[in-house]
Design a binder for this molecule. Structure first.
Ligand SMILES: *Cc1c(COP(=O)(O)O)cnc(C)c1O
Length: 500
């Protein structure tokens, strides 16, 4: 299988090349040139397999230039009981007869980004070897919180790689910040950027597309790559857990093989929900994709109207990993919806860059709306949803997952749809302990208390165990305290790599 670019489909590279490069030279994203199809028999067979076997089944269909041995080694290095504290890696929690949470946060940083970022470094270093790359790979990450830490954990001390993470100064939770600034490892660096996530992301994109700078780095034996969800190696592992969830539902006699399910995803960059869509293109039976946003509801409007308009106020919410106005992976979705019309994608993306707005054709809009619906909710509603879920079901969810639950509840009220539904649960409630505790009690529950008191309080309240990686932050020292302007980001990279 070869990979083409969303902005120039004449480009054709191997999976290893696509993963190594991250972003295509003209700014497009790599996509597989076709989608492998799987039969219901094969899907049914997955119900008796382990997560790692399911992962091999899916990944081997896309990464066709990897040998079986290479792929299995990548998978088995990433998904271990030691790192995920559970054998099933991505367990499915049954809330009631129709609703299931797919818990994607049992990894080392307590958010779903681990599902991809634990394996990406292995896919990347394998890709480097396969393409005879002798330069050192430099991973640049812009993060709205969870990606940064997950990438740091995935790449720390991985030979032949360095990693630099930029996070928005005032856009991440205390725990997220603490997780990043205490990062250990001999190849890592972290800086805060004055501004919001889009500022950090645009800064990183600017470095990526600066050819003179790229040449300078190459002369110094460095090659830039990305761990953001634009990298194919980030996206493809996410397809796995939708198959896994479906297989789990079959195994538990919750559905029969062939039954359609709904999928609800709390969405930011559109990566996670796109992975569900790709699973469906391969044959996973899906009735509706429900795209959930917080107050930054650019995707809700887009799915409802066909107009993407990022010219709107940016809101810092209690679900910060979804505080995004430019959803990069939407480009891949549009490429697919337009039947791979690269000229149209260039046109739409140019409009987005120039005016911040574009509109898709009625035909494409109808196609989208036949599969996707969307909704959003504000912080107050998010809080209420956390409290209600705890009261009704004795199950505590984080703020991002609560956005999805709220949007799903609205959807059911509106449509009466009783299709069995999987909600992607994207973070541990402990990671957003402050907001979750305020939701469960009130503001007084948190005033004047430090993060570690809050963790214990939440453990008491929820009956859940504090994830070890969060508890241990207590004894770590601060390694990074740089705050830079967005036009100083390139200099920060140069300083870390010691290039002039
Ligand atoms: C990144 C993230 C999201 C959004 O996922 P996308 O793939 O960017 O749409 C949702 N919830 C949490 C907890 C996240 O970390």
């Amino acid at each position: 299988m070869q990979y083409q670019s969303t902005r120039d489909k004449s480009i054709s590279v191997s999976a290893a090349e696509a993963i190594k490069t991250g972003l295509s030279a003209e700014g497009g994203l790599f996509v597989p040139d076709s989608f492998p199809s799987v039969s219901m028999e094969e899907i049914k067979a997955l119900s008796e397999k382990s997560y790692n076997e399911r992962a091999y089944f899916v990944l081997s269909k896309f990464l066709t230039d990897f040998t079986e041995e290479e792929l299995k080694k990548c998978i088995d290095s990433a998904y271990t009981k030691a790192k995920f504290e559970t054998n099933s890696i991505a367990p499915v929690y049954k809330l009631n007869d129709n609703t299931y949470f797919l818990e994607l946060w049992h990894g080392p940083t307590c958010a779903f980004k681990d599902m991809a970022l634990q394996i990406l470094p292995h896919l990347l270093t394998t890709s480097m070897k396969k393409t005879n790359e002798d330069k050192e790979i430099v991973i640049l990450v812009a993060t709205s919180g969870d990606t940064g830490k997950a990438a740091l954990e995935g790449f720390k001390d991985v030979e032949g790689t360095r990693i630099i993470v930029f996070y928005p100064d005032n856009g991440v939770s205390e725990i997220q910040k603490l997780q990043m600034v205490t990062q250990e490892g001999n190849n890592v660096s972290v800086a805060a950027v004055k501004g919001n996530f889009d500022d950090a992301q645009n800064g990183v994109k600017k470095i990526f597309t600066d050819n003179a700078y790229k040449n300078l780095l190459e002369r110094n034996q460095f090659k830039l790559s990305s761990a953001n969800s634009i990298n194919w190696g980030r996206l493809v592992p996410q397809i796995v857990y939708y198959f896994s969830a479906y297989a789990e539902l079959i195994a538990n006699n919750e559905i029969n093989a062939g039954d359609k399910i709904n999928v609800v995803v709390p969405t930011g960059n559109f990566g996670n929900i796109l992975a569900a869509y790709y699973a469906n293109k391969m044959g996973l039976p899906v009735n509706k994709f429900i795209c959930a946003s917080n107050e930054n509801n650019v995707l809700t409007d887009f799915i409802k109207t066909g107009v993407y308009n990022k010219n709107r106020d940016f809101h810092a919410t209690i679900s910060p990993s979804m505080d995004i106005l430019i959803s990069s992976n939407l480009e891949r979705f549009l490429f697919d919806l337009t039947d791979r019309d690269d000229a149209e994608i260039r046109n739409l993306m140019a409009k987005l860059a120039e005016d911040g707005v574009y509109e898709i054709s009625d035909e494409v809009k109808e196609k989208m709306q036949s599969m996707f619906c969307a909704g959003c909710c504000d912080d107050a509603k998010t809080m209420e949803t956390i409290r209600k879920c705890s009261e009704e079901y004795d199950y505590v969810i984080d703020t991002h997952t609560a956005v999805a639950k709220s949007v799903y509840d609205d959807y059911v009220k509106e449509t009466g749809d009783t299709t069995k539904t999987v909600i992607a649960s994207t973070a541990s409630p402990f990671k957003f302990n402050q907001s979750v505790l305020i939701a469960l009690e009130d503001h007084n529950a948190v005033v004047g208390k430090n993060e570690f008191t809050l963790l214990e309080q939440l453990a008491d309240k929820s009956g859940m165990k504090i994830p070890k990686s969060l508890y241990e932050l207590k004894d770590k020292s601060i390694m990074f305290d740089v705050v830079c302007d967005k036009d100083e980001m390139q200099q920060f990279v140069s300083d870390f790599l010691m290039v002039e």
